[in-house]
Write a protein that binds this ligand. Structure first.
Ligand code: NAD
Ligand code: TYD
Length: 356
């Protein structure tokens, strides 16, 4: 369907900024309006080169602010809303879940209501495979897998998805939900596994592996995820859920050893720390519906993507230094307290498990 004026929320974050970079290269998109609160994770530098692009508008604001959302929807004749805005980090949700409920649940409700009143043609909710909870050693999440979120983050995303579903069901509101596995790539805030470990290793600092490091994630390059969102927005059917994943399952220790190798650093930099509370064991996504119905495929191999991501962080040391300062240092000290380090027999046990 023809979509020209898009309201993107959370466009100064990791994935939203990649989506905007892609959209501004497409001739069919007329205007991109980016509504972002600029929380600790939002960074104007992520879109610095587009600041004066003729088809790009930035507005600093909160998705829970109904007046603000309504004004943007009508001022820019928005036909589609793509909701990336969220508190997105599991560990922070374990420290304080309040902002997660406010932005992820209340914010989504405000966007849904305002978008319904404005009669937008499409509403795309960017969600996560984490709403499905945790898998054992085998099997994959599919669209119909029952929702069973385990962290306050995933619970807030699941609640938002349920609101989207209810608006579609009750009002025939043209909404689509996409759920994706773990993303990696440039501009990711260094609190998530890959950018945290890459930037620590570049600075010869230790990397904190939770528990045994045997938890599995399915990795997808952020550009593949954003191409999937575009395909779902323009070619997806309202009321449907589409999954995206990279078919690249790795344990956290496999990732850690690969980074040590690519960066030529010693294994002594691995620091085993206390496990994450309620740590999900394994995520893995069957994205064959998206491949079949949207003609989408992940294109970036993990080998290529991880090398390019390392190169990006190496070449953008000013960006890294800028975000790894101020509040970040307080967060890091709280999250990775020295007394959380596993020592003696527990560290040996974790290390032996890692090579089992
Ligand atoms: P991010 O934390 O990098 O960015 C979030 C952005 O939202 C920031 O720019 C922030 O300023 C903005 N924001 C936060 N609260 C806001 C509010 N109340 N109003 C307006 N803006 C607000 O997150 P990300 O990794 O880019 O994730 C984007 C979306 O994709 C999220 O909805 C997340 O749940 C989902 N997702 C992420 C992953 C992943 O691996 N990172 C995987 C699947 C789904
Ligand atoms: P993360 O990047 O937070 O994403 P997810 O939303 O999938 O939890 O974490 C990815 C995996 O890496 C997860 O199993 C937790 C683990 N992890 C660590 O071992 N150490 C860390 O410092 C972080 C941030 C994550």
């Amino acid at each position: 369907m023809l979509i020209q004026n898009i309201l993107v929320t959370g466009g100064c974050g990791f994935i939203g900024s990649e989506f905007i970079r892609q959209q501004l290269r497409l001739p069919e998109t007329t205007t991109i309006v980016n509504l972002d609160k600029l929380t600790y994770a939002g960074n104007l530098e992520n879109l610095a080169t587009f600041r004066s692009h003729p088809r790009y508008v930035f507005h600093r604001g909160d998705i829970t602010d109904r007046d603000c959302v309504e004004t943007l929807l009508s001022r820019y004749a928005i036909d589609a809303v793509v909701n990336f805005a969220a508190e997105s980090h599991v560990d922070r949700s374990l420290q304080n879940s309040a902002p997660f409920v406010n932005t992820n649940v209340v914010g989504t409700q405000v966007l849904l209501d305002a978008s319904r009143n404005a009669k937008v043609s499409r509403f795309l909710q960017v969600s996560t495979d984490e709403v499905y909870g945790s898998l054992g050693a085998t099997g994959f999440f599919v669209e119909e897998t029952s929702i069973a979120p385990n962290s306050p983050y995933s619970a807030s995303k699941a609640a938002a998805d349920m609101l989207v579903r209810a608006y579609q069901h009750s009002f025939g509101f043209p909404a689509i939900i996409t759920r994706c596995s773990d993303n990696y790539g440039p501009y990711q805030f260094p609190e998530k596994l890959l950018p945290l470990f890459i930037t620590n290793l570049l600075a010869n600092q230790s990397v904190p592996v939770y528990g045994s490091g045997q938890n599995v994630r399915d990795w997808i390059h952020v550009s593949d995820h954003c191409r999937g969102i575009d395909a779902a927005l323009r070619h997806g059917r309202p009321g449907e859920i589409y999954l995206f994943g990279g078919r690249t399952e790795k344990t956290n220790l496999e990732i850690t050893h690969l980074l040590l190798k690519l960066l030529d650093k010693p294994t002594a930099l691995i620091r085993y720390v206390a496990d994450r509370l309620g740590h999900d064991n394994r995520y893995a996504v069957d994205c064959s519906k998206s491949e079949r119905e949207l003609g989408w495929r992940p294109e970036v191999t993990f080998e290529q993507g991880i090398q390019e991501t390392i190169d990006w962080y190496r070449q953008n040391s000013a960006w890294v230094a800028n975000v790894k300062s101020g509040d970040y240092l307080d967060y890091y000290a709280r999250q990775y307290r020295q007394d959380n380090t596993l020592t003696g027999s527990s560290a040996k046990c974790a290390a032996s498990l890692s090579f089992a």
